[in-house]
Design a protein around this ligand. Structure first.
Ligand code: CTP
Ligand code: CA
Length: 221
């Protein structure tokens, strides 16, 4: 089947979205992961597509259906996510919602055995996909990060925006029942300042952010 759509305000724009957690292997059967359902990122990808954008969704391991009209690339690790984002460039905008594991460990080739006792893990830092994109010669014109914070949410996110070099940051208060839930309390921090949004279902947060991005490209904010 097919349906005809209005072109939409983001027609002709390419947007990359990252979503979900990453998983870093410890051995062939065990991983280190972040807590993320992927719901918010998937909802944003779907809303951007509804506004006419071509959307590349780079997704960590999640149990979610691909939103209509979205090109999805599945990855597991942070390094794979970074490579998939780089391969998807150029883009007009990137919205990095994924909860990327900050560290990985040197993975054992074979399954670690319980009888050998708790393993000593050798840690290294993962690439920062957002900060790397901010410095990339092919940096998207609009780079949006997310900051999941449990305290001093706005201050922490404001500092993170500056540190990472992104244009906007969506500060997500995860002190309550947000992880895996359906509602989000968010603040949008842009060069123009702070917008605090009423707590809303993730689908509504996605709609607002997608419309905000469309308005930006239309020259309205
Ligand atoms: N991010 C990323 N690559 C990483 C870590 C984070 O692209 N290796 C992105 C996330 O997708 C998000 C933003 O950076 O858009 C902020 O992630 P967050 O984990 O809050 O930032 P960190 O700098 O890792 O700080 P923290 O110590 O609070 O985890
Ligand atoms: Ca982090």
């Amino acid at each position: 089947h097919f349906r005809t759509r209005e072109p939409g305000p983001l027609a002709g724009r390419h947007v990359i979205v990252t979503a979900g957690p990453t998983q870093e292997p410890i051995d062939p059967v065990r991983v280190i992961a972040n807590r993320s359902s992927g719901k918010q990122g998937f909802a944003i990808a779907g809303q951007l597509a509804d506004l006419g954008a071509r959307v590349t969704l780079v997704a960590g391991p999640v149990a979610l259906d691909t939103p209509d009209g979205v090109d999805r690339i599945d990855v597991e690790t942070a390094e794979q996510m970074q490579a998939a984002v780089a391969a998807a460039l150029p883009a007009d905008a990137a919205v990095l919602v994924a909860a990327v594991a900050d560290w990985r460990v040197a993975a054992a080739a074979g399954k670690l055995k319980k009888a050998d006792g708790p393993p000593a893990l050798t840690w290294s830092e993962n690439p920062d996909i957002l900060a790397g994109l901010a410095r990339d010669p092919r940096r998207p014109a609009l780079l949006v990060g997310f900051a999941a914070e449990t305290s001093d949410v706005v201050a922490a996110a404001t500092a993170k925006r500056a540190r990472k070099g992104c244009d906007w940051i969506v500060a997500n208060d995860v002190s309550g029942d947000v992880m895996g839930g359906d509602r989000n309390a968010v603040h949008l921090i842009t060069p123009d300042g702070l917008e605090s949004w009423d707590p809303a279902p993730k689908a509504e947060v996605a709609r607002r952010l997608a419309r905000r991005i469309a308005d930006h490209f239309a020259g309205r904010g």
